[in-house]
Ligand binder design. Structure first.
Ligand code: CMC
Length: 370
């Protein structure tokens, strides 16, 4: 039996959701290029596309938008849990538990996509509750007249966002919605393939996304730029990190061997939206890290990934640094649930093998003789 560490290059399902060309740095959702979707589409339309497999008509989109908006509220139980834990808890742990609580509260059978819509609509409410309550700011009820991205920013910052900021978040969320068989989607499928429920599967996805090799990298990448402090320190920092065997956060990808197209788009937005001295300096540092990093790692196919510039974008929009992986989760939940839905149409329990390398036939030694 062949050992494939990390399941590298193993396909576990056929899909018509997402295609990645890792050599050319291209990404497609349902056949549409991410560059076109980021230029012309919006969060609601792409969520519909990923779940239902086609672009909505005007009427379908309006219907879908209202459905999503109406599901934004969370129960008093969840509100008080988040408020109680927001000051000490890691935001991904709080989100994971809150989604688990959503599962306890949902007693309806069936309607898989309906449940996916409900979870997706409520995650921004939970995230903004974390940020606002730990800063002793009053909790704002969701504004149903606003789009998903506008309302998310409104609930975080307490003011209606300008058109540019909501567009930037809209695009950033679209870019994070799906990415084929990444670690967190795989975690969701392992759970779903046992015919467990959607909430348990999404909790598994959040748990896998939390790690710094996956969705936790966006927060780590910004931390890295902050630690560097000035563009003059970049060369020394990057070379020091790499020569001591550490990884450059926001660099490298299992599939992309060229620049991640999502990083290209986010870089453009990050540089366009530069707002104050601190953010301008961080952007300058990031661009220098990109340059030095590519010089050293590029020949091995290691380039900036989605997490390299996304943190800068989220930070500029008013999100606190440790919340970044939760924003990633708020979009990726669409991909997780679409893949579960697709997988369950032809389910096969996920149960790989391990190659045993231990001894056999050992004599059992009673405890007094050991
Ligand atoms: N900095 C320095 N070296 C790296 C990096 C990096 N960021 N990424 C990979 N390498 C090296 C690694 O040290 C190894 O070298 P060697 O063969 O000499 O031991 C080689 O490249 C292969 O690394 P690997 O970990 O076996 O390859 P992988 O396909 O499992 O790596 C990765 C993918 C994302 C885990 C890795 O690139 C990494 O740790 N990156 C930093 C964390 C990060 O930015 N994660 C976000 C990933 S993209 C979006 C997401 O999923 O959230």
């Amino acid at each position: 039996m062949e050992l494939r560490k990390g399941l590298e290059d193993i396909a576990i399902k056929e899909t018509s959701i997402t295609f990645i060309d890792g050599e050319l740095g291209r990404l497609y959702y349902r056949g549409y290029s991410i560059f076109d979707l980021a230029s012309f589409s919006n969060f609601e339309e792409v969520a519909y596309l990923i779940w239902y497999g086609k672009l909505p008509t005007r009427h379908e989109l309006e219907d879908f938008k209202s459905r999503l908006a109406e599901e934004r509220g969370v129960s008093e139980d969840i509100t008080s849990f988040v408020v109680r834990t927001s000051k000490q808890g890691n935001p991904m742990d709080i989100l994971r538990t809150a989604v688990s609580m959503l599962g306890l509260e949902d007693r309806q059978e069936g309607d898989f996509i309906g449940k996916a819509i409900r979870i997706t609509a409520k995650i921004p409410t939970i995230i903004s509750l974390i940020q606002r309550s730990r800063n002793n700011q009053e909790f704002l009820e969701p504004d149903l007249s606003l789009s998903h991205a506008e309302n998310f920013l409104y609930m975080i910052n307490g003011t209606k966002p300008n058109a540019q900021d909501s567009r930037v978040l809209d695009v950033a969320l679209m870019l994070h919605m799906d990415h084929e068989m990444n670690a967190s989607t795989m975690a969701c499928l392992v759970v779903a393939s046992t015919l467990s429920d959607i909430y348990s599967s999404v909790v598994a996805g959040i748990s896998a996304l939390k790690g710094p090799l996956h969705g936790g990298a966006n927060s780590e990448a910004l931390k890295q730029f902050m630690e560097i402090g000035s563009p003059d320190n970049v060369e020394k920092y990057v070379m020091g990190k790499l020569s001591s065997g550490q990884r450059l956060m926001g660099f490298g990808h299992r599939i992309y061997k060229s620049m991640d197209p999502r990083a290209k788009i986010l870089k453009e937005y990050a540089t366009r939206m530069a707002k104050n001295e601190e953010i301008n300096r961080l952007i300058e540092i990031a661009m220098k890290v990109e340059e030095v990093g590519i010089k050293v790692l590029g020949r091995r196919g290691i380039y900036p990934n989605v997490d390299f510039y996304s943190g800068l974008v989220f930070y500029s929009l008013g999100f606190e640094q440790d919340l970044f992986p939760t924003i990633f989760a708020s979009a990726r939940v669409i991909g997780w649930t679409a893949h579960i839905d697709e997988y369950l149409k032809d389910n096969k329990l996920i149960r790989p093998k391990a190659i045993y390398v231990g001894d056999l036939g050992k004599r059992y030694v009673p405890i007094d003789e050991r």
